[in-house]
Design a protein around this ligand. Structure first.
Ligand code: DLL
Length: 435
């Protein structure tokens, strides 16, 4: 089996990585200073000239770039090349505010296909694989990103996009798809639908899945692996940087290798902006080294994670980022306690007594925040006596309280009553924000 897609790149020495990054950073800063008024203004304000940036050691001198900068220059104000060289537009809807638009040149698309091909090979795919792309196609980068990577690899692509779940399961079964690309929550919904359709998972040829676009826990990975009889790999990315493939998991399944030949990661304190020492947890910030359409310098992702520079058993030398726990702007602050929805998922899946579907409903009564967690019962539990249900609610409540440090009202709800997702799952209704 092919182990790497691009061994010279994926196993570059640390000194070669840093030399390449320094060389490209110098050129990047020069290019954006000359071509993008926004960057020129920001650098002038910080009294920086391109010649002040001589290597990656100078990176912390440069100002951060925020999502708001992209909104302020909407739609194409930060494009760094002639619009004639742009061959693709994508956008990220985000949860609030105006969508952010990104524009790619042919070289950008080529780089993106390359990094997704690396991710697919790391997940065991090859030219002989059949890759079903069940991320949504369109302005969202998931569908087309996975599609181009799989084509570059030379695999056969089944471009089902998200949705039409029964029909896509039929295609997966009849065509013999070996790899599935979609969000982890959709993978779980597909598993559930296969069971509901009365199909036998052993009659499928599925071997592995490459799942991302939303936070998911180790427990969720095990659940997907168990129900679909596959290996489930994580993939990370964001539209502004390029889309899926910024980092990818290998057979060690212990963090995602960042494609450091194209992106420089930094971990910073989200409040002070200070760069944190290796291994610390904080907000991950990326600088794109080769992007032509929309190069970004020190882009604030809001994703909270840490970096691991230890040698990976797979032989890749790129640093690994741990699973992002959630975004700093998705983090709920309930009665002063920081809560990530993924922590609730962790508790439920560890207990294994309910389905993995849940919804957090946050509200405010007077001046007090309230948290209700609706958890869907599994079919077998649903037929149980009321007493059993009350006991289970109490047990979940106690586990949530000891893990999250906050008390919550638990409400067990009927099987299949919580909305399933075909893309990124929505797991929070924050009524406090609605008023
Ligand atoms: O979600 C790109 C993507 C598509 C990645 C398909 C992976 C697979 P956006 O819609 O711009 O782009 O959303 C980016 O999603 O900042 C993270 O908060 C979150 N995210 C993406 N991948 C992961 C992951 C795509 N593996 C935002 N784990 C990012 C946790 C993830 N969160």
């Amino acid at each position: 089996m092919q182990k790497y897609w691009n061994e010279p790149a994926e196993r570059m020495s640390r000194s070669d990585i840093e030399a390449r990054q320094s060389e490209l950073l110098v050129k990047l800063v020069e290019r954006v200073y000359n071509n993008v008024p926004h960057y020129r203004a920001k650098m002038d304000e910080a009294k920086l000239k391109p010649s002040d940036i001589k290597s990656i050691a100078d990176l912390p001198k440069l100002p951060f770039t925020y999502k708001q900068d992209l909104r302020d220059t909407y739609p194409f104000g930060m494009v760094a090349c002639p619009m004639d060289d742009i061959i693709r537009i994508h956008a990220s809807s985000g949860t609030t505010g105006r969508q952010t638009v990104v524009a790619c040149t042919r070289n950008d698309i080529e780089m993106w296909s390359e990094i997704v091909a690396r991710a697919l090979v790391a997940a065991g795919a090859s030219k002989s694989s059949m890759v079903q792309v069940s991320y949504g196609y369109g302005l969202f980068t998931g569908g087309l990103g996975a599609h181009y990577g799989a084509e570059k690899l030379g695999a056969a692509v089944v471009p089902t996009s998200a949705g039409n779940t029964k029909r896509q399961i039929q295609s997966m079964h009849d065509f013999g798809s070996t790899h599935l690309c979609c969000t982890p929550s959709y993978a779980l919904y597909i598993a559930e639908s296969i069971e509901d359709m009365g199909l036998d998972i052993n009659e499928f040829k599925l071997q592995a899945g490459v799942f991302g676009a939303e936070p998911w826990t180790e427990e969720m990975r095990r659940e997907i692996e168990r129900r679909l009889h596959i290996k489930a790999y994580d993939i990370y990315g964001l539209s502004e940087i390029i889309g899926p493939g910024v980092s990818y998991e290998c057979e060690a399944q212990g963090g995602m290798h960042i494609n450091e030949d194209y992106f420089i990661p930094e971990i910073i304190d989200p409040n002070t902006g200070e760069v944190l020492p290796a291994g610390s947890k904080g907000e991950i910030v990326f600088t794109t080294l080769t992007k032509e359409g929309l190069p970004l310098i020190r882009y604030r992702t809001r994703d909270i994670t840490s970096l691991n520079y230890e040698q990976c058993p797979c032989g890749r030398t790129f640093v690994r980022m741990n699973k992002p726990q959630g975004r700093s702007d998705d983090m709920l602050i309930i009665r002063g306690v920081n809560v990530f929805p993924s922590q609730v998922e962790d508790v439920l899946l560890k207990m294994g007594e309910t389905s993995p579907y849940y919804m957090l409903i946050v509200d405010r009564v007077g001046t007090r925040d309230t948290l209700e967690i609706q958890v869907e019962l599994s079919d077998s539990m649903f037929s149980d006596a009321v007493k059993g249900i009350e006991d289970l609610e109490k047990k979940i409540q106690a586990n949530i309280e000891s893990t999250l440090g906050i008390s919550a009202k638990i409400k067990l709800v009927e099987p299949k009553s919580i909305q399933r997702s075909e893309g990124k799952a929505v797991r929070v209704i924050d009524k406090r924000k609605l008023v």
